[in-house]
Design a protein around this ligand. Structure first.
Ligand SMILES: Cc1cc2nc3c(=O)[nH]c(=O)nc-3n(C[C@H](O)[C@H](O)[C@H](O)COP(=O)(O)OP(=O)(O)OC[C@H]3O[C@@H](n4cnc5c(N)ncnc54)[C@H](O)[C@@H]3O)c2cc1C
Length: 287
């Protein structure tokens, strides 16, 4: 789609540019472990630990998951640079690069001892090392093609929002397509895609920015980022952080052509744009 738009001179300049890369991550899940050695594995909830390196560009985390397993991950802050796709493809991603990074992070402390013990229990071919890319694309659709999820907006995983937003896209897109019913003319499809983008863009933009800020807070090692971290973790009242979480959680889109799931929690839910077609169907059924 982008290639076609570019050839036709219709692609906005920002969409011709590469994704921004500021961090790299390495992740894995250790094979099942002995729960007498790792007592946290006996609990039926997750134990999560996150360590921010001092004087090193790394942060690392561990968390327990079902099946007596522990996931681990390391993030490295790179100098924020713009790399285009060809540069990324040329980078050496072979086992040698992985081993160099493993050597560097092997002795980092976790609540269970050195991180390396989990790396040793993770098959090497199941360890992933990727750049964390980010970009808000402006072009989300063209003719009968529409993009959702990372293809339209790739955000940093620091706030755990990438997959969430991909699913929210899917729900809102389904709502917009439902409303054009079986009348899938090019004009109606464009109207549905425009509506989809209009409904989603502000929310995605908000989560994109929040993920960027969160990455600076939890991965950043520049002095300004250390200051930001100090403010967030030491000075900002917990009540403000809590209020923000509640506010963000209020956006919970649902399929408007199905009976709505009741709100069983205590926090509010934002109202959604009703489906005209569904309302008409309900009214017709009651006549
Ligand atoms: C380390 C890390 C941690 C994360 N943690 C979280 C988290 O805690 N919470 C959260 O919400 N999100 C998290 N994310 C982000 C989340 O993984 C992504 O936002 C999400 O997977 C995006 O889903 P998607 O379907 O848009 O794209 P993808 O998951 O990338 O799916 C696209 C699929 O298309 C396939 N594909 C690509 N090209 C082609 C082709 N030409 N033909 C056919 N198939 C093709 C790919 O193989 C892939 O399977 C994390 C990401 C990373 C890297």
């Amino acid at each position: 789609m982008y290639k076609t738009l570019n050839e036709e001179g219709k692609l906005p300049y920002t969409d011709t540019q590469g994704l921004k890369i500021g961090y790299m991550t390495m992740v894995g899940t250790a094979e099942p472990l002995d729960e007498d050695t790792y007592e946290h594995l006996k609990d039926n909830f997750t134990h999560f630990s996150f360590v921010i390196g001092k004087d090193k560009p790394y942060t690392w985390s561990t968390f327990t998951v079902p099946g007596k397993r522990i996931c681990w991950g390391v993030q490295m802050q790179l100098n924020a640079v713009n790399l285009d796709g060809s540069f990324i493809r040329n980078i050496e991603w072979g086992p040698e690069g992985n081993e160099n990074m493993i050597k560097e992070i092997y002795d980092y402390a976790t609540p269970y001892g050195p991180l390396g013990q989990f790396i040793d229990k993770t098959p090497r071919d199941q360890i992933s090392r990727v750049f964390l890319e980010e970009k808000m694309f402006e072009t989300w659709y063209y003719k009968r093609t529409v993009l959702i999820g990372d293809a339209a907006h790739k955000m940093l995983p620091s706030a755990g929002q990438g997959a969430v937003n991909a699913m929210q896209d899917a729900v809102i897109l389904a709502n917009c397509l439902y409303d054009i019913a079986y009348n899938a003319t090019e004009q109606n499809i464009t109207t549905a895609f425009m509506d989809f983008k209009a409904q989603r863009y502000p929310n995605v933009q908000h989560q994109f920015s929040a993920s960027k800020t969160m990455a600076r807070v939890i991965y950043g090692q520049k002095w300004s980022e250390r200051l930001l971290r100090f403010i967030v973790f030491r000075l900002l009242p917990q009540s403000i952080l809590h209020k923000n979480t509640i506010k963000d959680g209020a956006y919970r889109p649902q399929c408007m052509f199905l009976p709505l799931a009741p709100n069983r929690g205590t926090s509010p839910v934002l109202p959604q744009k009703p489906s005209k077609r569904y309302q008409e169907g309900l009214e017709a059924a009651t006549v």
